[in-house]
Each structure stands twice: as structure tokens, then as C-alpha cells.
Design a protein around this ligand. Structure first.
Ligand code: PMP
Length: 306
């Protein structure tokens, strides 16, 4: 079973893990009314640093705004809570989960319930399994489509969105694949269950646009920036499914998945069936941020102890 950390931040205070409880009739449990973030803290030569902490928590507030969810704590308080939870648990490499949810206080869909906020942090290795970052994974296109843009907003990182993610990920694993890729309601490529998608053609990066019902990932944005700075062309464009079978390289990215190569899709080998040169170069640049070999030109490394 999972080893839980000792401390968690909940509604303004650090508590013991087992004391951070809510009521079973909390609105979010019934209707998916929560917003959250996933953030990583890395060890760097100048101490632990939280990667793009402020950008992640800014997106948390944007998600809440989309759902008219009034946030009882401000951005600075949540940034501070993130740091405090990592420190109190004695973590250095960690995954952070700040979130807000509609609590107990009404059972109607539009009820103005109190909003609770919490931040958890725990150790997390490679999300898609040991060795996934090096060897890559086998992916499949899901039989489940992403929600259409006029149904559930993909730009909000809300709990309810992850019903779709669970269908995609569980189907993929049931069929023996490492992860599932979903098509948008337009039929065009969207993203992975919890990861954005990049394809490589002739040395250039191609990634699907936000119009394909995907989360505007912070890792995706970081990769676009690092690639352009390294002279690798990047195109954001609509891509039909068959481009998966034609590309030279393919990878997924996200806070949890980092940069995970995909060695096959739907049983068809991609390139040489291993991480290709552009994927490896981007892994080097991305992970280089944390060992100091890539300069942090944009202030992405926010020190745990500023
Ligand atoms: N898409 C989905 C559906 C996700 O859940 C995530 C993970 N947050 C991503 C993409 C990647 O986003 P990020 O790089 O900001 O973690």
C-alpha cells in the first residue's frame, strides 16, 4: 500500500494526514466540483526548487474562476502552503497537490457552498512506471473521446474532467498499454489521459492546439520554450490520428509524466522503437534545469527556501 506523508495543509493550518477530513455530503464528492494542480519539487545544486510554482497556482485560480468558485485563500498563501507542506514532511523530491473544492453547505448544483482548500505533497517517481523515461511506453488511441469544448471546459483543471481521464487510462491499461491518447470531439488528436502530446517530423516539434480540448500544460509550454531557444522549430497545429503512425518520434509530457517517450502506438512502432534524438535532446534540456546544465532563463525554479 501507499505510504502517506505525515503532514498536510488544510483550510489554513498544517494538520496530521489523518485529521484532514471533510463530510461525505461535500458538494465535490457528488458533482466533481473541485479544481487542482500537480506540481513537482526537484533537488537542484542550489537546494530544492518547485518548478513553476506560481504559474501552476495561477492556473489553479483560473480554473476556480471558470467555475465561479470563490477561493478563501490568496495565491501567496497557497504558494506558502506548498512550500510549508514540502518542508514539514522533510521532502526534497516531491509531487505537490494544491486543490480547492466545494464542501458541505448545499445539495443543489448551483449551491453556494463553502470552499475548502488543501495542499498535499508526497514522493513520486516516474508517473508512467520505472524505466518509462528511458525506454518509452506503448500507447493506444482510446475508444473514448475528449469532451467537446462547449460541454466541459478542458482549460480548467477540474476534478470532473478526470472522469474522462479515468476512462481513457483504465481502458489503455486493461488492454495492456502504458497510456491512452484521446481524440477530440472533432475527431482530431487531443492529448493523453493526463499528458500533452508532441510529434516530431523532420526535426520539428508538432503539438496539438488548445482548440483540441486539451489542458494548456505547463510542461508543454516549458518544452515549447526550451525547444525554440535551442533552435528546434515548434508548430502548434491540428493533427489527424494517422500522423501518429507517420511521425519520426512521439512523446507525452506533463508534470507527473515529465517527458515520456512513446515507442509504439496501437501496436505500430514509432521510429526505431526507442526515444529518438529530438526527444532525448528535450529530455536533456528539461532535466538539465534541475542539475544546472540548462540555465533557468525564466525564473522557473522557485526555491523551496527563498
Ligand atoms: N493534460 C491533462 C489532462 C493533464 O491532467 C495534465 C497534467 N496536469 C497535462 C495535460 C499536463 O499539464 P502540466 O504540464 O501542466 O502538468
Amino acid at each position: 500500500g501507499m505510504q502517506y506523508p505525515e503532514w498536510i495543509w488544510h483550510n489554513g493550518a498544517i494538520k496530521r494526514w489523518q485529521d484532514a477530513t471533510t463530510h461525505v455530503m461535500a458538494h465535490a464528492l457528488h458533482y466533481g466540483s473541485s479544481v487542482f494542480e500537480g506540481i513537482r519539487c526537484y533537488e537542484t545544486p542550489s537546494g530544492p526548487a518547485i518548478f513553476r510554482l506560481t504559474d501552476h497556482n495561477t492556473r489553479l485560480y483560473a480554473s476556480a474562476r471558470i467555475y465561479d468558485m470563490p477561493m478563501p485563500y490568496g495565491l501567496d498563501e497557497i504558494n506558502a502552503a506548498c512550500r510549508e507542506v514540502v518542508r514539514r514532511n522533510g521532502l526534497t523530491r516531491a509531487y505537490l497537490r494544491p486543490f480547492a473544492f466545494r464542501g458541505l453547505g448545499g445539495f443543489g448544483l448551483s449551491a453556494e457552498t463553502p470552499v475548502e482548500m488543501s495542499v498535499a505533497a508526497w514522493f513520486m517517481g516516474p508517473y508512467l512506471g520505472p524505466g518509462a523515461l528511458e525506454a518509452g511506453i506503448d500507447a493506444c488511441v482510446s475508444s473514448w473521446q475528449r469532451f467537446a469544448p462547449n460541454t466541459i471546459p478542458a482549460g480548467a483543471k477540474a476534478g470532473g474532467n478526470y472522469l474522462s481521464g479515468q476512462l481513457v487510462a483504465r481502458e489503455a491499461r486493461r488492454l495492456g498499454f502504458g497510456e491512452g491518447i484521446a481524440l477530440a470531439s472533432t475527431g482530431l488528436l487531443s492529448e493523453g489521459a493526463g499528458e500533452n502530446l508532441f510529434l516530431v517530423f523532420n526535426g520539428a516539434l508538432h503539438t496539438t492546439p488548445v482548440s483540441a480540448a486539451l489542458l494548456n500544460g505547463i510542461t508543454r509550454d516549458s518544452i515549447i520554450t526550451l525547444a525554440r531557444e535551442a533552435g528546434i522549430p515548434v508548430v502548434e497545429r491540428d493533427l489527424p490520428r494517422e500522423y501518429l503512425y507517420l511521425c519520426d518520434e512521439l512523446f507525452m509530457c506533463g508534470t507527473a509524466a515529465e517527458i515520456t517517450p512513446i515507442r509504439s502506438v496501437d501496436g505500430r512502432q514509432i521510429g526505431a522503437g526507442e526515444a529518438g534524438p529530438v526527444t532525448r535532446r528535450l529530455q536533456e534540456l528539461f532535466f538539465g534545469l534541475f542539475d544546472g546544465s540548462t540555465p533557468d532563463r525564466h525564473g522557473w525554479l522557485e526555491p523551496l527556501d527563498p
